[in-house]
Design a protein around this ligand. Sequence first.
Ligand code: CP3
Length: 342
Amino acid sequence: MSKSGDKLILKAIRREPVPRRPLWIMRQAGRYLPEYRKLRAKHAFKELATSAELATEVTLLPFERYPFDAAIVFADIMSPLPALGIEFDFAPGPIVAEPIRSAADVGRLPEPDLDKLAPEVIAALQATRRALPEETALLGFCGAPWTLAAYLVEGRGVKDFPTLRAFAAAEPEALGALMAKLSELMAQYLIRQHQAGADAVQIFDSWAGVLALKPWEALIRPHLESLLTTVGKAGVPRILFLQNAPHLMEAYASLPCEVLACDWRVDITALQARHGATHAVQGNIDPAILLGGAKVTRAAAERLLADVEPTGHIVNLGHGILPGTPLESVDALVEAVHNERF
Ligand code: CP3
């Protein structure tokens, strides 16, 4: 087998035995790192994310401190959207210049311009791959069609996305047309990320949970399924993440993917008991626990390691690491995971 197939995360994805579990952290290059805050004092987030050189530097920042088993390219779920002519900024979350609120708005979207499909992210992946040790995996990612549509319709992150839910009820066909476009574009984007060196990709459906199961089945499933199927046919390992949506966990588990990534609200032990024969699982320490310091973090990590079967488990938090997280908490998490030996 090639050396790249020996990476711990790839073994975990294939549910092969590992000498210890792999660990990475969502937002591991973010604001809890003093080095990141220093860079942010000089550059806006958008500037960091749209320069391949700066994005590569930020992607690699956490590795100066922590031996994570994967790097995730520093970008945003919005990064590929210039390919659809969409303009946005960050404050701190995405703000869309012209929200999409009608069938006519969807109809006006241009044919995707693949030259604008985040070339800076592709270049950052290539440069990061060259800089990373052989044994460290590289992850690409995208937003799921629904989560991207959430920002495009609502215009910004708003609690429970009421404008989006109203649009879903009033204009399901227009929303479907928008999500079909997004699904096709994201499939191309993930395949390109894989070709640029991403060992696996994570699809973030952060706002999945604002719909009930029935409208989810009708509106969201077809587009997510087509995205995942296209990417799977291209041989790209898929990590599917959903946030704040325990009522949809079983629906997500029925979608085509290799890894089910859940937030801290989900009982990951029970998830693994139900799906461990066919899927790896990823997660799911509550990121807020790390705010409590090294001792509570170590206890939470040890509990997770005791409760979840090691084969087919990628350790992570249940959502992004919070800006105020003490560095010692991350040390404690790394130590707990790395001290385990089988
Ligand atoms: O995980 C990583 O370290 C890779 C980088 C990454 C970012 N955004 C950088 C970022 C990833 C994987 C994302 C994905 C993303 N972006 C998601 C899905 C994951 C999730 O959090 O549920 C979503 C919903 C977004 C949209 C977004 N972008 C929000 C809500 C925000 C502001 C909130 C926040 O966390 O600060 C952003 C801006 C953003 N994207 C920041 C970072 C590091 C903060 C920028 C800063 O001010 O420095």
